[in-house]
Write a protein that binds this ligand. Structure first.
Ligand code: MN
Length: 251
C-alpha cells in the first residue's frame, strides 16, 4: 500500500512531519508538499509557468521520500501522482488550524483531497484546531492512522472525500457531521506604508450559527469531526425546483 502525504503549510511544517511519520506505520509513505506556506490558496493549479520538483532530505522525515514543489497544494498532488506513481490513498495535513464550513472553498488542505478525489484516489484532509497557536499533533496523527486504515479497507464513495477536524486537547470521541455555516467574517485592517500609501490586511473572525450535527458543533464539543464531502456541487433540489422556471432567451 502507498500513501501520498501533502499539505498547504509547506514541507517544513511540523504537521506534515507528524502525519507522514504516523502513517508510515501503515503503508509506504511519500511526501510532496509546497516549498512555502500556501494556506488559503484553495484549489489553484499552476499552468502558466514551469514547476520544480526537488528531493528534500532535510525535512525531518527520516528516510521517507520527500519532495518540495514551488507551486500550490493541488500542484503537489498532480506532480506527485504523475512522477512517483499512483497511491492507494492521499492524506493532507495535519493543517495548523481548523477547516470548517465555508473554509473549504478557500482551503489548500482540502484542495489536496479534492485533487486526489478527482484523480479517482480515496482522499482525506486533516486539520487541527488551536486557539493559541500551539499544536499537539499526537491525537490527530493517531486518528489519521485509524481512519486511513479504515479507508484503505473500505474505500470511499466515488467522488467523495473525508474532511476531518480535530479539536484542541484530548478528543472525547468521533462524530460524523455535516458542514456548518462556519465562516470568517472578513475584516479589512488598513495601515500606511513608509511612502504614505495605504495597504490592507484581510483578516476575519470565525463563527457559525448552527452547531447540531455539524463540523463546528463537534469540535466545539471536543470531538473529532469527520465530514463526507461530495465534489458534485450541483444543488439537486434547486435543479428540480427550478425546472421550467428560468426566463427564456428573448427572441
Ligand atoms: Mn494551512
Amino acid at each position: 500500500m502507498k500513501i501520498l502525504v501533502a499539505n498547504d503549510d509547506g514541507i517544513f511544517s511540523p504537521g506534515i512531519k507528524a502525519l507522514a511519520l504516523a502513517l508510515s506505520s501503515l503503508a509506504q509513505v511519500y511526501v510532496v508538499a509546497p516549498d512555502a506556506e500556501q494556506s488559503g490558496v484553495g484549489h489553484g493549479i499552476t499552468f502558466r509557468r514551469p514547476l520544480r520538483f526537488t528531493h528534500t532530505a532535510a525535512a525531518g522525515l527520516g528516510d521517507l521520500p520527500a519532495y518540495r514543489v514551488d507551486g500550490t497544494p493541488a500542484d503537489c498532488v498532480v506532480l506527485g501522482v504523475s512522477l512517483l506513481g499512483r497511491p492507494d490513498l492521499v492524506v493532507s495535513g495535519i493543517n495548523l488550524g481548523a477547516n470548517l464550513g465555508h473554509d473549504l472553498t478557500r482551503s489548500g488542505t482540502v484542495a489536496v483531497a479534492i485533487e486526489g478525489t478527482q484523480l479517482g484516489i480515496p482522499s482525506i484532509a486533516i486539520s487541527l484546531r488551536s486557539s493559541n497557536g500551539e499544536f499537539d499533533f499526537a491525537p490527530a496523527a493517531s486518528y489519521a492512522v485509524q481512519l486511513a486504515s479504515w479507508v484503505l479497507q473500505h474505500g470511499l464513495p466515488k467522488r467523495t472525500l473525508f474532511n476531518v477536524n480535530v479539536p484542541e486537547g484530548q478528543p472525547t470521541g468521533v462524530s460524523l457531521t455535516a458542514l456548518s455555516d462556519h465562516r470568517y467574517r472578513d475584516e479589512i485592517v488598513e495601515h500606511i506604508d513608509p511612502e504614505g500609501r495605504p495597504y490592507y490586511w484581510v483578516t476575519g473572525r470565525p463563527g457559525a450559527e448552527h452547531l447540531e450535527g455539524t463540523d463546528f458543533g463537534a469540535v466545539e464539543a471536543g470531538r473529532i469531526s469527520v465530514t463526507p464531502i461530495r465534489l458534485d456541487l450541483t444543488d439537486h433540489r434547486a435543479l428540480s425546483d427550478l425546472t421550467g422556471q428560468l426566463p427564456p432567451y428573448p427572441r
